[in-house]
Design a protein around this ligand. Structure first.
Ligand SMILES: Cc1cc2nc3c(=O)[nH]c(=O)nc-3n(C[C@H](O)[C@H](O)[C@H](O)COP(=O)(O)O)c2cc1C
Length: 189
């Protein structure tokens, strides 16, 4: 069976963000799973402009250069893992902007969340699930919620413990199930 192509999206763009070490941990663990072919998408590197396109993305009429490049990139994935911080009881603006920038490319694909914050990023994930449904995505019911993530950080590294690793592995299992099911339903492999 073909590998499932997963984009791991870093949902924070600020200096010193913990989302990047967490995303690096996710990438490290997913690389050990032969069923996946994962790619890191760092929104700080993508530097997507604040959405200001003339056409709603649902029309499919993309005009901006970055919008087109983002559409192509998002379109190649079979599913997504969003590494999501919680800002003021919600998702980060960078993540919402990245989601808003294109439309059809997200649709009928699973999205999983690895969130962090005082409440494990729970409120951010609840909002993200609503947005994912608006984009015709299939948000997973389980998520990895990291509470006190800063304590596990050592510079660029996120030193996950056994519990975090186990939860992430369970998330991969669920993502694999949905990813394969939806690929088949879309007529893929
Ligand atoms: C603008 C802003 C708002 C925040 N609001 C919340 C919040 O509502 N709940 C929470 O648990 N943490 C909140 N935090 C703390 C973040 O969860 C914490 O700073 C985390 O490291 C942010 O992720 P990042 O480092 O990847 O940007 C906030 C941080 C910022 C910068």
């Amino acid at each position: 069976m073909a590998q499932l192509r997963i984009s791991v999206i870093v949902g924070s763009v600020r200096d010193g963000r913990i989302s990047l070490p967490i995303a690096t941990w996710v990438m490290d663990r997913i690389a050990a799973r032969a069923e996946f072919d994962a790619e890191l998408l760092d929104l700080a590197e993508w530097d997507l402009p604040m959405f200001a396109e003339p056409n709603p993305p649902a029309t499919g009429r993309y005009t901006g250069e970055k919008q087109r490049a983002w559409a192509e990139k998002i379109g190649t994935a079979d599913g997504y893992i969003l590494v999501a911080p919680e800002y003021n009881h919600g998702m980060s603006g960078a993540l919402k902007n990245a989601l808003d920038t294109v439309y059809a490319e997200w649709g009928r694909k699973p999205v999983a969340f690895v969130a962090h914050g005082g409440m494990g990023g729970a409120r951010s994930v609840e909002q993200l699930r609503q947005v994912a449904v608006a984009l015709a995505m299939a948000p997973l019911s389980s998520a990895v919620h990291l509470q006190g993530a800063a304590k596990l950080r050592e510079g660029d590294r996120f030193n996950a413990g056994e519990i975090e690793d186990r939860r992430l592995s369970a998330l991969f299992d669920e993502l694999l199930w949905w990813g394969r099911a939806l690929n088949a339903a879309r007529g893929g492999n």
